[in-house]
Design a protein around this ligand. Structure first.
Ligand SMILES: CC(C)(COP(=O)(O)OP(=O)(O)OC[C@H]1O[C@@H](n2cnc3c(N)ncnc32)[C@H](O)[C@@H]1OP(=O)(O)O)[C@@H](O)C(=O)NCCC(=O)NCCS
Length: 195
C-alpha cells in the first residue's frame, strides 16, 4: 500500500502507520468501542455510547489526499492491532488550513503515539499544500491541551473551546519540550519518505 510506514516506537515496539481503507470499518468501530467514555467524549464530543455511528464512520473513511485523510497506527503483534488514529479536514472557508483530530487508546497514551501521528498529519497536510493545522479541545481536556502546547501549537480561547494552531513551515518555533523534540525528530525521519 502506498504510504504504509513500518516504524519503531521509542520503547522499541514495531508498529505500522498507514491511511485507513474501506476494509478498516470494523477496526475503527472496535477501536471506538474500546475507548473509555472520557476519551471518546474528548475526541468525538458525544456521549452516545460504545457504537460509532455510520455517519462518523463514513466521515473517517472518506479519504481524499487534498481534502481529508485519516491514518491509523497499528501494533501487528496484538490480537486487536488498532492503537490510535488521526485525521485532518481542509477548511471550507480557510482553505489553507485543516482541522486535525487524534485519539490513542487510553492504556497506550503517553508512549509518544499521538506525537508520531501528529508528525504524519503535519507531512500529509504539507504535501497537500496546507499552511496551518488547527485543533479544538474541550476546556477541561488538560492532557490534550498540554500536549498540543508542548508540541508547539499556539493556543487561544474562543469562548467555547480551546483552539490550537501550528504553522507548518515554521519548525524553528517549536519549543524545547520533550514532545516537540520528539515531533521534530519524527518530521526529520519521515519527511524524506513522505514528501
Ligand atoms: C491527546 C492524545 C491524542 C495524545 O496522545 P498520546 O499518545 O498520549 O501523546 P504522546 O504520548 O505523544 O504525548 C503525550 C505526553 O506524553 C509524553 N510522553 C511521550 N512518550 C513518553 C514516554 N515514553 N514516557 C513518558 N512520557 C511520554 C509526551 O512528552 C507528552 O507530554 P506532555 O503532554 O506533558 O507534553 C491522547 O491523550 C488522546 O487520545 N486523548 C483522548 C482524545 C483527545 O483528547 N484528543 C484530542 C482532541 S482531538
Amino acid at each position: 500500500m502506498k504510504d504504509r510506514l513500518e516504524l519503531t516506537l521509542r520503547d522499541g515496539t514495531p508498529v505500522i502507520v498507514r491511511p485507513l481503507i474501506e476494509e478498516d470499518r470494523p477496526l475503527v468501530a472496535e477501536a471506538y468501542r474500546r475507548l473509555s467514555p472520557m476519551a471518546r467524549y474528548q475526541r468525538f464530543w458525544t456521549r452516545t455510547g460504545e457504537m460509532i455511528g455510520d455517519a462518523m464512520l463514513d466521515r473517517l473513511l472518506d479519504q481524499d489526499p487534498a481534502r481529508h485523510v485519516t491514518w491509523a497506527l497499528l501494533d501487528p503483534a496484538r490480537e486487536f492491532p488498532g492503537v490510535g488514529g488521526a485525521s485532518w479536514w481542509r477548511g471550507a472557508i480557510h482553505t489553507n488550513e485543516a482541522e486535525i483530530s487524534a485519539m490513542v487508546l487510553d492504556a497506550d497514551q503517553r508512549r509518544g503515539i499521538g506525537t508520531l501521528l501528529l508528525a504524519v498529519m503535519w507531512l500529509t497536510a504539507f504535501r497537500a499544500g496546507l499552511e496551518h493545522l488547527v485543533a479544538y479541545t474541550l476546556v477541561d481536556n488538560r492532557l490534550a491541551a498540554d500536549w498540543m502546547r508542548d508540541c508547539g501549537a499556539q493556543g487561544s480561547w474562543d469562548g467555547y473551546k480551546l483552539v490550537f494552531r501550528w504553522d507548518l513551515d515554521n519548525l524553528n518555533s517549536l519549543p524545547p519540550t520533550p514532545a516537540a523534540t520528539d515531533l521534530a525528530a519524527w518530521l526529520a525521519e519521515l519527511s524524506p519518505r513522505m514528501l
